[in-house]
Design a protein around this ligand. Structure first.
Ligand SMILES: Cc1cc2nc3c(=O)[nH]c(=O)nc-3n(C[C@H](O)[C@H](O)[C@H](O)COP(=O)(O)OP(=O)(O)OC[C@H]3O[C@@H](n4cnc5c(N)ncnc54)[C@H](O)[C@@H]3O)c2cc1C
Length: 395
């Protein structure tokens, strides 16, 4: 019997495994090679990376842009915040190095059942037993559903993107282009002066010949000219509130627990941090000989203390962006915050109090729930205009 089995060798699973490396563990993942295929923009705030690893001078850090540019039609907002653009496959290989002996690649976890003295992990190749299980298998929810952890429906966004060679990249700027057509955003994260990671995510209806791929191509042409494709990816990212993240013998982290800023798709930091907290908690559980939900509840308390507020900000940001798109008011959303507020929003996940008040009012009127379910009350527009009239403007 294993001390712990970890489903998924992405950032969350690998961090959990690193915390548990002195134990008898197994990490199961269907992919053939750690880090591949790439399905990510590969950007992370420098201060967040530094907080976890104590330094940022690694060979897999490919670029260090310091500016951010938000574009929405004619509106352009810029602010400073140091970022790192990673080579994520190399980063994950580095993460896996200390625990590579415990990896089982090419195998997929199908289900988990909790017994009195252990947990049973069923894969496409066999069945294993462990004292506890950490689910870090990305934005897939069937196992969490069967374990009774899903207190809401899954809500995910589709993304497509790739690595492109181009002539006119600004190596110091992360660019985000918001667009009515895809109700999401297109990003350009530079790796150097002539190489970028660019992609698009959002809600696209397959009508009028539009799909994410054609929108990506339009944006690439508009913003990067004749960009040459080096590689391409597609992926999904959670855009919902965190689910319950523990039960008897089980903890859930990273995308599998919706630990992502719902409005932006930022999830690497929360996967690293949450995976590490799950691993530390598992270590304590093994040392105390306890893996019941009463003991594992501390895992949820701990991640909430570290980044629960940031995930709440993500939900508010997601809802405000969705309402902005729905009512053609996104310009107001982006022009409203002052430069300092914009910086605080995107670096510290802080929401200006007037935006929180607006979000609460919108929730009170049932507008937000219905945004996702497409049943907005007619009274919304009037309320929105009334509230907007009282919002202070940036100078
Ligand atoms: C297109 C795109 C761009 C993004 N860009 C950024 C960005 O620039 N910055 C940022 O911070 N975040 C970004 N994100 C989000 C970020 O990639 C995720 O939040 C982060 O990877 C979550 O890490 P994770 O370990 O929880 O999950 P994942 O990275 O998804 O890893 C899950 C692992 O589980 C494995 N797995 C899947 N099914 C099973 C199974 N049945 N059994 C066992 N293993 C399984 C997978 O193979 C994978 O290795 C982006 C996401 C997408 C889709």
């Amino acid at each position: 019997m294993y001390d712990a089995i970890i489903a998924g060798a992405g950032p969350a699973g690998l961090m959990a495994a690193r915390a548990l490396k002195s134990k008898n563990i197994l990490i199961i993942d269907p992919k053939k090679e750690i880090g591949l295929p790439l399905r990510c923009g590969e950007g992370i705030a420098a201060h967040k990376f530094q907080e976890i690893f104590g330094r940022t001078n690694f060979p897999f850090v490919k670029n260090r842009p310091t500016r951010h540019r938000i574009i929405y039609g004619p509106l352009i907002r810029e602010f400073g915040m140091p970022m790192l653009e990673l080579d994520r496959p190399s980063f994950e290989k580095w993460l896996a190095e200390p625990i590579k002996g415990a990896l089982r690649l090419g195998e997929s976890v199908r289900d988990v059942s909790v017994l009195r003295d252990s947990a049973k992990v069923m894969t496409d190749k066999g069945t294993y037993q462990a004292k506890l299980v950490i689910l870090a298998h990305g934005a897939h929810y069937a196992i969490q559903e069967r374990l009774g952890l899903m207190d809401q429906d899954p809500f995910i966004l589709a993304c497509v993107g790739g690595i492109y060679r181009c002539k006119n990249a600004d190596p110091n700027t992360f660019t985000y282009v918001f667009d009515e057509k895809n109700k999401g955003y297109f990003w350009i994260f530079p790796k150097s002066t002539n190489l970028v990671n660019a992609g698009i995510g959002g809600f696209v209806r397959r009508t009028r010949g539009l799909n994410l791929m054609s929108l990506l191509e339009q944006h690439l042409k508009e913003h990067l000219g004749d960009a040459e494709k080096v590689s391409q990816y597609s992926g999904i990212v959670p855009a919902a509130a965190p689910i319950k993240s523990y039960s008897d013998r089980v903890m859930v982290c990273g995308n599998a627990a919706n630990h992502v800023i719902a409005g932006t798709g930022e999830g690497i930091y929360f996967a690293l941090k949450g995976g590490s907290i799950a691993g530390q908690t598992a270590l304590e559980a093994l040392e105390h000989g306890r893996a019941d939900s009463g003991f594992l509840e501390r895992y949820q308390r701990r991640w909430k203390k570290e980044y629960g507020k940031a995930l709440r900000f993500g939900i508010q940001f997601r809802d405000i962006i969705a309402l902005g798109y729905k009512y053609g008011a996104l310009g107001g959303v982006f022009s409203g915050p002052s430069d300092d507020e914009l910086h605080r929003m995107l670096s510290d996940e802080w929401m200006p109090p007037r935006a929180v008040a607006f979000w609460r009012i919108a929730r009170l009127f049932g507008m937000l729930r219905s945004t996702e379910r497409k049943r907005l009350p007619k009274s919304f527009l009037l309320t929105y205009k009334a509230v907007k009239a009282f919002l202070p403007r940036a100078p």
